[in-house]
Design a protein around this ligand. Structure first.
Ligand code: NAD
Length: 248
C-alpha cells in the first residue's frame, strides 16, 4: 500500500477492461491517475469519480492515441495539471480480425496505428521528463498472440510483436536512466474485446488453456501494479505472461 504515493500514472484506454483495472490497481498503491479514453466519456467520468473515492487525484483526458497531435495536446494538459508522469501503461488497443487473404490495407494500418503508433506517440512525449527525473516505469500491454500467432490476426500479431521488440530495445536505451520498460502479455481475458469472439472459439480457447478458463482484467492489472512498484527496480525488458498456462 502507498508504494506510488505522489506518483502519476497515465493509462491509455483506461475507461474499461484491462485499462480500467490498471487504473484501480495503481490507485490502490496511491498513484494519482491520468485516465486516457477515446470515445467513452461517460465510462471515463464514472471511473474517475470512483478513483477519487479511493483518495487519489484522477482526471480523464480524451485523445485518440493514434493521432500524434491529439496525443500531444493531451500530454501537455496532463503535465499542466499534474506536473509529471511517472508511470505509462500503453494499454489502448484494437483488433480488426480477418484472414490475411481477405484483409484490407485499412484493417492492417488501423491496427498498427492504434497498437504501435499509439505507444510511440505517448512514450516519446513523456520519456524525456522521466529521464530528467531519473525514474520511470513504462508498461506495454502486448498479447499472447504476438507469441503464438492467431488465425485472422496477422495485423494484430505484428503490432503486438512490434510492441515486444519496442519494449526490449527501449529498455536497453534507458536502463541506466532509472526507467524500466516491460511488457505484459495477457492470454484471453474477459473484456469487451473478447465479448466479440464467437462462443465456439472461446470454448476452444478454454480447452487450450491449462487453467480451463479466461482470465479477468484484475489478474492482468496485478502484474502491472507489480512492475510499476519501486521494488521492481531490477526488472526491465521482460515480457510477463498472464495466460493461465496457454503459452509457456
Ligand atoms: P477493450 O476493447 O475493452 O479496451 C480497449 C481500450 O482501448 C478501450 O477503452 C478503448 O476505448 C481504448 N482505445 C481503443 N482505441 C483507442 C485509441 N485510438 N485511443 C485511445 N484509446 C483507445 O479491450 P481490453 O481487452 O481491455 O484491451 C486492453 C489491451 O489489452 C489492448 O491493448 C488489447 O490488445 C490487450 N489484450 C487484450 C486481451 C483480451 O483477451 N482481452 C488479450 C491480450 C491483450
Amino acid at each position: 500500500m502507498g508504494e506510488l504515493i505522489d506518483r502519476v500514472s497515465l493509462i491509455t484506454g483506461g475507461s474499461r477492461g484491462i485499462g480500467r483495472a490498471c487504473c484501480f490497481a495503481l490507485a490502490s498503491d496511491k498513484s494519482n491517475i491520468a485516465l486516457n479514453y477515446n470515445k467513452s466519456s461517460g465510462a471515463a467520468d464514472k471511473a474517475v469519480a470512483e478513483l477519487e473515492g479511493k483518495g487519489v487525484r484522477a482526471k480523464a483526458y480524451q485523445a485518440d492515441v493514434s493521432n500524434a497531435e491529439q496525443t500531444k495536446r493531451m500530454m501537455d494538459q496532463i503535465l499542466d495539471d499534474f506536473g509529471r508522469v511517472d508511470v505509462i501503461v500503453n494499454n489502448a488497443g484494437i483488433t480488426r480480425d480477418r484472414s490475411f487473404m481477405k484483409m484490407t490495407v485499412d484493417q492492417w494500418h488501423q491496427v498498427l496505428l492504434v497498437n504501435l503508433d499509439g505507444p510511440f506517440n505517448v512514450t516519446s512525449g513523456l520519456l524525456p521528463q522521466m529521464v530528467e527525473r531519473g525514474w520511470g516505469r513504462i508498461i506495454n500491454i502486448t498479447s499472447i498472440v504476438a507469441q503464438m500467432g492467431n488465425f485472422g490476426q496477422s495485423n494484430y500479431a505484428v503490432a503486438k510483436g512490434g510492441m515486444i521488440a519496442f519494449t526490449k530495445s527501449l529498455a536497453r536505451e534507458v536502463a541506466v536512466k532509472g526507467v524500466t520498460v516491460n511488457a505484459v502479455a495477457p492470454g484471453f481475458i474477459e473484456t469487451d474485446m473478447t465479448a466479440a469472439v464467437p462462443e465456439k472459439v472461446l470454448d476452444t480457447v478454454r480447452q487450450m488453456t491449462p487453467m480451463g478458463r479466461l482470465g479477468r482484467p484484475e489478474e492482468v492489472a496485478r502484474a502491472v501494479r507489480f512492475l510499476a512498484a519501486p521494488q521492481a527496480s531490477f526488472i526491465t525488458g521482460q515480457v510477463v505472461n498472464i495466460n493461465g498456462g496457454m503459452y509457456m
